[in-house]
Ligand binder design. Sequence first.
Ligand code: LLP
Length: 419
Amino acid sequence: MNHFAYRDGVLHVEDVPLPAIAEAAGTPVYVYSRATLVRHVRAFREGLSALENPHIAFAVKANPNLAVLRVLANEGCGADVVSGGEMTRALAAGIAPADIVFSGVGKTHAELVQGIEAGIGQFNIESEEEGYELSMIAQRHGVRVPCALRVNPDVDARTHEKISTGKRENKFGVPLDRAAAIYAALAGEPGLEMRGVAVHIGSQLSDLEPLETAFGKLGDLVADLRAGGHPVTHADLGGGLGVPYREGEVFPSPAEYGAMVARVTAGWDVRLSFEPGRVIAANAGVLLTRVVRAKRSGNGPPFVIVDAAMNDLARPAMYGAWHDFDAVEPTGERMTAHIVGPICETGDTFAMDRDIDAMGPGDLAVFRSAGAYGATMASSYNSRGFVAEVLVDGDKWAVVADRISPHAIMDAERVPDWL
Ligand code: LLP
């Protein structure tokens, strides 16, 4: 069941035609499908059905919109957060503190305090130094906080280098060969209840093998820790499962992922947590945009200039990422074009030499698979505003994030009276 489908030649999200949203909410605008979010969570959970009571903590960084988080909370998801801001959002969306995992390599003193005061379910500690600081704050608050130690397994996730996190040279986690010693040291801290281990090796993984290698190493560590007399009751296997961005691409399914996890973790006797982000949200959203104009280029294909830009959807500029691009009302004709935004950088290019639906000024189009790492990575570069977000549910839809105008952004600035 695809909730982004053409009906009578017009692209709909669930039962809502996209031109109606463009008309009322303007463009560019992110549009999410509630039914797709729900379907993805259920498929992920179903994939893990061989496990006993897995904890699914949605990676809030992928899509922190409050309405999206509420949909996921209603499906029983917890949250993986990496900042005080994400924690605040997860709590505001109705996710119980006990279901929140606090990850991140640079949690500040204030954020650690915030997490302790909120009663966060698990701190994923990323360094020995962080552990001591957290313990000190916890003691001051008269509590012992539940913690897992994130390890860096030195495994190549075989994904884009900017989103690989599990190689020795990456900043994340503690080196595997020092993990047992660090765990033992932190287990002696009065403010910490060391209860498990965590790993996350990267994002948009197309292959289960690196994950399996990393989980295998984590399993060996669990055995070592137990042999050293430490109770280990929890293991967090992170996120990372990739999704198809191009029609026809095939990725490991949640069922294949779940079967691999069940096989590798058999006998661990821990509660497993997962931190999926992209696999839940990416294909549940599109960025709806309007063609500003088509411009002839020298000899090559024309530039189709759309009203969305790299500040709204950064992935192509940052990672060379591909997003399928389709007309909302295709005529059946095709053209080859470069798809670009209005920003004054050559990097503001969504695609070169792309075979697309023929389109011209005023036509609507979508960048697909934009529900994860889309709106959340927006900026106001070139003094553009922040893009709006819409959630569709059947034939209903609502603006779930207002467009923030350049004026509103300017309102936060001051010219001092001594100038
Ligand atoms: N857990 C941790 C500790 C993470 O660092 C991440 C992602 C996740 C979970 C979720 O990973 P996912 O299931 O979504 O792959 N901006 C990039 C992606 C950055 C991912 C960062 N960490 C992009 O647009 O591709």
